[in-house]
Design a protein around this ligand. Structure first.
Ligand code: UFG
Length: 342
């Protein structure tokens, strides 16, 4: 008997890769997505890759009625993986209420609907942004969380606090919160990947769009940080490694011998690369120079972030296996495929 898993935001970037991993491990997947930042055609691609079309419900999780109704229909689900959220830092600074309303209402409605329907396990998409500007590297899970620079980041910090209070309240529900570092890369099929709407906020899609001629040049936001070459260092992680980590977290939650109400894990590789190193690595993969220019710092950027991976390795038996070259190559292949299609 297949176990049914509800995946909110399953049409999005990390969600769709995780759906593929779940299907490949014989779970029955129900995707809930409002399609506000994704396309329903992703279902065709998931079907092409896995041979299985996941069940899909278009639903706005900001509505408690709609959330209750859809969870009631799928009350036989064993767990929820909650990806659904807005994630654009700059947009969240422009429109904080939209971010607090969407990201927090959807979490609260999901928890309430889980409670009312006896679905007792949740995996939450958190972010390394909850560490703010950490003082020691690598970052361990017990490092203090800090108020984020952006409302987006703050929704992740507040969400973790909600989960802490909720799991302390003797609720039946157990939770794993996964703090992602910098997800990049795409599925090896070249069929799915990141597809940012408008101008990309993040480095990797900006690089690939510049190389594809969609953007004129990459702006490197500052080279006067206290790092080896002056540009900020991040821990980039392959999205398929992230998807594998969700599978491990799910297996742990569903294991009757694990009794922790709330656990938190970093998902990174433990290795940091600067912006200039990323550009060089991309040029080596694509075989062409990238047009870029050093400009002013971007407000809110911190000099250095990379994960301690020890806890995820020890408890989840998970570690990232895909290196930088593979991450960049898959991002570039996906971008080229996308441009050929558009
Ligand atoms: N960068 C550029 N030019 C760009 C885009 C990014 O130089 O056009 C630089 C940034 O300054 C930063 C690095 O590339 O040094 C990585 O930037 P990203 O935007 O790709 O990633 P961030 O680490 O800033 O963002 C990540 C997550 C967010 C999260 C944020 C907060 O993607 O979800 O961390 O720490 F909110």
């Amino acid at each position: 008997m297949q176990e049914k898993i509800i995946v909110t935001g399953g049409c999005g970037y990390i969600g769709s890769h995780t759906v593929i991993t779940l299907i490949n491990h014989n779970y029955e997947v129900v995707i809930l997505d409002d399609l506000s930042n994704s396309n329903v055609q992703i279902l065709d691609r998931i079907e092409k890759i896995t041979g299985v079309r996941p069940h899909f419900e278009q639903v706005d999780l900001k509505s408690s009625e709609a959330t209750q109704a859809v969870f009631k229909t799928h009350k036989d689900a064993k767990a929820v993986i909650h990806f659904a959220a807005h994630k654009a830092v700059a947009e969240s600074i422009q429109n904080p209420l939209m971010y607090y309303q969407n990201n927090l209402f959807s979490l609260i409605n999901t928890l309430k609907a889980q409670q009312d329907n006896g679905i007792n396990h949740l995996i939450f998409s958190s972010s390394a942004t909850v560490y703010g500007n950490p003082s020691t590297m690598p970052i361990t899970e017990d490092a203090p969380t800090q108020r984020s620079f952006s409302p987006y980041g703050n929704t992740k910090k507040i969400a973790e606090e909600i989960l802490e209070d909720f799991t302390n309240s003797q609720s039946e529900i157990s939770v794993i919160s996964l703090r992602y570092f910098n997800p990049i890369g795409a599925h090896e099929s070249g069929q799915i990947g990141e597809f940012p709407t408008g101008i990309p906020n993040n480095l990797m899609p900006y690089i690939t769009q510049t190389a594809a001629g969609v953007r004129e040049k990459l702006m490197v936001f500052g080279n006067d940080y206290p790092t080896k070459d002056g540009t900020p260092i991040r821990d980039y992680i392959h999205v398929v490694d992230l998807a594998d980590a969700h599978l491990k977290a799910l297996q742990r939650l569903l294991d009757p011998s694990s009794t922790q109400p709330l656990e938190v894990f970093n998902l990174g590789t433990g290795k940091g690369y600067s912006v200039l190193e990323m550009i060089k690595a991309f040029e080596a993969v694509s075989g062409s120079p990238l047009n870029y220019e050093i400009t002013e710092r971007r407000p809110g950027d911190v000099p250095e972030m990379f994960a301690s991976t020890a806890l995820a390795k020890q408890v989840l038996n998970w570690e990232a296996t895909r290196g930088l070259q593979e991450m960049i190559q898959s991002s570039w292949t996906w971008e080229q495929n996308l441009r050929n299609e558009l």
